[in-house]
Design a protein around this ligand. Sequence first.
Ligand code: GDP
Length: 295
Amino acid sequence: MFNNLSEKLDKALHVLKGHGSITEVNVAETLKEVRRALLDADVNFKIAKEFTVRVKEKALGQNVLTTLQPGQLMVKIVKDELTELMGGDAEGLNLSGAPSVILMSGLQGSGKTTFSGKLANFLKNKKTKKPLLVACDVYRPAAVDQLHVVGDQIGVEVYSDKGNTDPVAIAQAGIAHAKANGHNVVIIDTAGRLAVDEAMMTEISNIHKATQPQETLFVVDSMTGQDAVNTAKAFNDVLNFDGVILTKLDGDTRGGAAISIKSVVNKPIKFIGTGEKMEAIDVFYPSRMADRILG
Ligand code: GDP
């Protein structure tokens, strides 16, 4: 995960770590390398620039040049800033409703159905939760079947209504079914499209209004880099969602989406997907991710 970025940041900071005494020139050069590493990882230009400005200010504020181990202090400052950029403290799910409703949004292929299953499994394993999955993709029967396969695999009931072409009605019936059958969490999987379009946005917005979810989650494929950030912005403008799910972090992603998304939409990344299996889900901890990136 993020091997290239890790390597480049390590190299950038290595120069500083090796120096007995550090000059302003060393620091400036290092920050330039850090910025280059972020840009190579597909972090947006403005975010990368602001990042290095903040690191520089902190370094000056903490008199980095006069401390005993300036290199280590610089690494710490970069790590802290990276953590802050990715969201500061980890944020959990709001599961206060009876039942709590979790609405999944995102483009087709982003990993919504897979993640719906992973989350249901994750919550089911907490013992106090009895989730229900609801299939609201009325365009692709295969998507409904896929959710049933996932449900069977993890032993979680799936509510669907294949003849029904109204996703709002299915979502509402799903919630009613949950109430009647003792499910305390409802996870609604919705239809995505290949790109942002008005019909999809209207549909998800209508489901959102009708179901009043405690958590609206936006699922995005981390491999799509800057596009991931643009898509997040489009969905957030319509849904004002509560959190982001970054999928496919097990792949060859450069990491830009993970680093940029929080500062563009100001919503936390709550979970990450790290594989196709139902167990490949992790709570997102910005500080752990920063540790991982900076080695
Ligand atoms: P949806 O159209 O948004 O519901 O997306 P799907 O859940 O069908 O996922 C699309 C493809 O991505 C499927 O082949 C999944 O197995 C795969 N996928 C989903 N999440 C992950 C992940 O975290 N890592 C990897 N490697 N593949 C994933």
